[in-house]
Design a protein around this ligand. Structure first.
Ligand SMILES: Nc1ncnc2c1ncn2[C@@H]1O[C@H](COP(=O)(O)OP(=O)(O)OP(=O)(O)O)[C@@H](O)[C@H]1O
Ligand SMILES: [Mg+2]
Length: 273
């Protein structure tokens, strides 16, 4: 077990399990499909936590539980000491597939989120302009999603999530579909936004290099049932550049270790935190 400094806990996955009902075809006596089992994980205030795990291990399910979009079947999801039962304005989700309204302009996509969050109309304009500037899309406000590249759409999705000024940002493989250069640019941008806005971020990825470049800790999951196999504390400084991180003396070792745990969960050297 690693010793954690005494920091306030923002989100707690408390002995949390999730199963989906057995399918009708599986018969009346079939047990449900256990997707997540006994997840114990604390996310600290202002922390950037990355979750890596093989496809189907329950990463999206875990994020949905944190967002309050679905409820656990065992244990509980806790935010600031209170049980999560529904979504809330302090949490914002960036989905893998952007989830933009194709019939609304960039501006209106973001304004819609602000309206839904109860932000008065007179302040919406200013807020939309500000977040578009943050992600470098000031000039794209009047475009429709089909007129944007994948990277631009993802910037809009991130801008929309930031527009409601979330304290907790939940990101489900947000850069998965992007080319390497755009992905790296957005990684740098996200780290900057995180440092500046003091957000708590849970970021899901398949990519070990992305996990190492972004996070302060990396939770490694195993599958069938989905569980946290290890939580790795990273030694990099919050303001380190991606190049500095990748050339850090411990980088290669950490990368090899996480890869080994992903392929053989028994290789984990410590109990999950
Ligand atoms: N609504 C649902 N009903 C039944 N089973 C579901 C439901 N949603 C997810 N599952 C199952 O739960 C398991 C975990 O799914 P989840 O989408 O959380 O995995 P994941 O780790 O995010 O995978 P990927 O990396 O491919 O996105 C899968 O076996 C999936 O089939
Ligand atoms: Mg997923």
């Amino acid at each position: 077990m690693t010793t954690q400094p005494a920091r306030p806990i923002r989100l707690r996955f408390e002995n949390l399990s999730k199963s989906y009902p057995a399918t009708v075809r599986a018969g009346r006596n079939a047990t449900g499909n256990l997707v997540l089992k006994d997840i114990e994980l604390d996310v600290f205030e202002g922390e950037f936590l990355v979750i890596v795990g093989p496809s189907g291990c329950g990463k999206s399910t875990l994020l949905d539980l944190a967002a309050g979009l679905s409820l656990p079947t065992g244990g509980r999801m806790v935010l600031d000491g209170r049980t999560v039962t529904k979504p809330g304005p302090e949490r914002s989700v960036v989905f893998q597939n952007y989830a933009l309204f194709p019939w609304k302009t960039v501006f209106d996509n973001i304004a819609f989120a602000l309206a839904a969050a109860g932000v008065p109309r007179r302040t919406q304009y200013e807020r939309v302009r500000r977040v578009l500037a943050l992600v470098g899309l000031e000039d794209a406000a009047d475009r429709y999603p089909h007129q944007l590249s994948g990277g631009m759409k993802q910037r809009v999705a991130i801008a929309r999530s930031l527009s409601v000024e979330p304290e907790v940002l939940l990101m489900d493989e947000p850069f998965g579909a992007l080319d390497a250069q755009t992905r790296e640019d957005l990684q740098v941008e996200l780290r900057r936004l995180w440092r500046r806005n003091n957000m708590t971020i849970i970021f899901i990825t398949h990519d070990i290099d992305e996990a190492l470049s972004l996070g302060q800790r990396v939770a490694v999951m195993g599958r069938a049932p989905g569980r946290v196999v290890d939580v790795v504390q990273l030694p990099f400084q919050p303001d380190a550049a991606v190049d500095e991180i990748r050339t850090h003396p411990e980088y290669g070792e950490l990368r090899r270790y996480i890869r080994a745990v992903l392929s053989h969960p028994d290789a984990a050297t410590q109990a999950a935190v």
